[in-house]
Design a protein around this ligand. Structure first.
Ligand code: GCB
Length: 583
């Protein structure tokens, strides 16, 4: 599953990296996207590049050198199958002029994501490592910068380290002595729909919170509606307009402007964080947003497109979310990894709810080492996206083997961790191979998500049995655990333009018929409070590795990989638009 390597956006920023990049009088950044020098090592080449010290070399002179766009998945760029299927190390390098004008600033190198294990070198010195794709990380490079000169950034990326084979590694970056600059490292905002507000500002380690004043200003557009002081505090903001998902109201957003002042009244740092006033609650039946029942109408999907493969692309993101709106959808799951933060931010603005998911797919091995890494990923994911009003739930894993006894303590630890970091959102796991009858974990969760493929992987061709199977299966989950249940996957492959009437598998008609039959069961389950939402698999066709089950990728999209609507998209659209009005 974790096959593709990509480097998503890379930024050179002055001031801290925990928060997304921003420009103001105290912060700035350079976007390092573009064509990087690229060298592929032999597949499974035994760390040859590290042994031969590639990071000290000008890689553009290497015999295998080519260029690679960042961000993008390199696998999809090449005409060679060897690069598409490459397993092992690849090297990226870029020369970057850093001006004398930047002297005196703290400089960080921030990666939005590198898939999967990255070692970063700056002017031939290793400055840090990161394990786990999809989430941002950053390193302070101030000490290593040559001002008024070209600097060389080299990144070695390895995709062999799958979830269960990661060796012990010391990937904690130990920063060298930093300059005593005070800055905002992180902001936590909890704001509910009736205007209660809590904030916590984290300053960098070297700063002395007693030496600075922290100002909090809440802005509605340009108008300041609340002012307070303190690194942490709470209050009530009057007459707020809550953030609503589509179909329930407007996705109203506010800005929290955090300003740091020195004892001599000099501004040291400032950051504008967007947030919304809204609450997520649940009982045994349903999810509620701002105390009103929220029925999820949406998609499982992938951050994937022709040509550039997996990863963030702003044109594709815009097209996708425009199609969501056209379809009447109000929700998606970032299956099966956290997506670019730009997409989550855009979901805030459009009022599309998001279930954020870790990249833990099909877990079978519940070792201590896996747990540690999983804990790191859950922490990084929640820390990155905790202030986004669109994020309504954390998904710890997709289709783990929770029928195994060891799964219980493993998941208990992750669920507790997620609750500890964020007490305001429900936590879920998406079930696939396990059943209500043998699962060892679902009672620990707030919400239970279940993937089922009746009429496809189960009972192919028997469309008339879908209704009873779906009702039987989901009702059993509901009765056993007494939790709100979300359908997170159902569907069928269809090859666009392949028509068969009466329908047979892989035709557009079969996908459409299966969707219609499944909806009959959903109508019953919804009316009887068994499910609190439905998400089809998949939004669009996407590329996979080769297996006999796939014909040039997975075709369960209701849109093609180029985002053209298939027959089933119209059926789903009619349903979503109708149900959205009832939310
Ligand atoms: C699943 C997985 C998803 C697959 C899908 C399928 O259960 O969660 O990643 O793509 O089935 O189409 O087989």
């Amino acid at each position: 599953m974790i096959r593709l390597i990509f480097l998503s956006s890379i930024w050179m920023i002055s001031l801290k990296a925990g928060l997304f990049v921003q420009k103001n009088d105290y912060r700035s950044y350079e976007d390092l996207s573009g064509l990087w020098t690229f060298v592929r090592e032999e597949s499974n080449g035994g760390d040859a590049g590290i042994r031969k010290r590639y990071y000290e070399q000008d890689l553009s002179k290497h015999q295998n050198a080519s260029v690679m766009p960042v961000p993008c998945a390199f696998n999809d760029m090449s005409t060679e199958a060897a690069l598409r299927d490459h397993v092992g190390w690849v090297w990226y390098q870029k020369k970057e002029f850093i001006s004398m004008r930047d002297k005196g600033q703290l400089l960080f190198l921030r990666f939005e994501s590198a898939q999967y294990y990255a070692i970063v070198y700056f002017n031939a010195k290793e400055i840090g490592q990161h394990i786990g794709g999809h989430l941002p990380f950053s390193f302070d490079v101030t000490q290593h910068v040559r001002f008024g000169a070209e600097n060389v950034i080299t990144v070695a990326v390895n995709n062999t380290l799958s979830w269960s084979t990661i060796p012990q590694a010391d990937f904690v970056y130990k920063a060298s002595k930093k300059k005593p600059i005070t800055y905002i490292e992180d902001i936590t905002i909890v704001a509910n729909h009736i205007g209660s507000l809590f904030w916590k500002i984290k300053l960098n380690e070297e700063s002395d919170a007693n030496e600075v004043d922290v100002e909090i200003r809440v802005l509605d557009g340009n108008e300041e509606i609340y002012f307070a002081k303190g690194v942490t505090g709470s209050g009530n903001v009057m007459d707020v307009k809550p953030w609503w998902p589509r179909g329930m109201g407007d996705p109203n957003l506010y800005t929290m402007r955090v300003i740091l002042r020195s004892s001599t009244d000099q501004i040291l740092d400032s950051y504008d964080e967007q947030f919304g006033f809204r609450s997520i609650t649940f009982d045994k039946d349903k999810i509620y947003i701002n105390k009103k029942p929220f029925y999820c109408l949406g998609f499982g999907m992938h951050e994937d497109f022709d040509v550039h493969g997996r990863g963030y692309n702003q044109a594709v993101m815009t097209k996708d979310l425009n199609l969501f709106e056209w379809m009447g959808a109000n929700c998606y799951r970032t299956s099966h990894y956290p997506y670019a933060q730009e997409r989550i931010r855009e979901s805030d603005r459009r009022g599309i709810a998001v279930i954020l998911e870790t990249p833990a797919v099909g877990l079978k091995v519940f070792t201590n080492f896996n747990l540690k890494l999983h804990q790191q990923i859950v922490t990084e994911m929640i820390e990155r996206d905790k202030n986004h009003p669109s994020v309504i739930m954390w998904s710890i894993s997709n289709e783990p083997h929770t029928e195994k006894d060891e799964a219980r303590e493993y998941f208990r630890s992750l669920i507790d961790l997620a609750h500890k970091i964020d007490a305001t959102r429900p936590v879920t796991v998406v079930y696939g191979p396990s059943w209500w009858s043998n699962d060892k974990t679902a009672d620990l969760l707030d919400i239970v998500c279940v993937n089922r493929y009746y009429g496809w992987y189960d009972d192919m061709g028997y469309l008339d049995t879908i209704n009873q199977s779906v009702i039987w299966d989901y009702t059993n989950w509901r009765e056993k655990f007494g939790k709100p249940i979300l359908v997170t996957e159902y569907g069928a492959d269809s090859i666009v333009g392949l028509n068969q009437f009466p329908s047979v598998d892989f035709s557009e008609q079969y996908q459409n018929d299966l969707v219609k039959e499944t909806h009959k069961a959903f109508d019953y389950l919804r009316a009887n409070n068994v499910i609190t939402g439905e998400m089809i698999w998949n939004f669009a066709d996407f590329m996979t590795s080769m297996t006999a089950l796939r014909a040039v990728g997975n075709h369960k999209g209701v849109f093609t990989r180029n985002r053209q609507a298939k027959m089933a998209a119209y059926t789903l659209r009619d349903r979503y638009l109708k149900l959205l009005k009832q939310n």
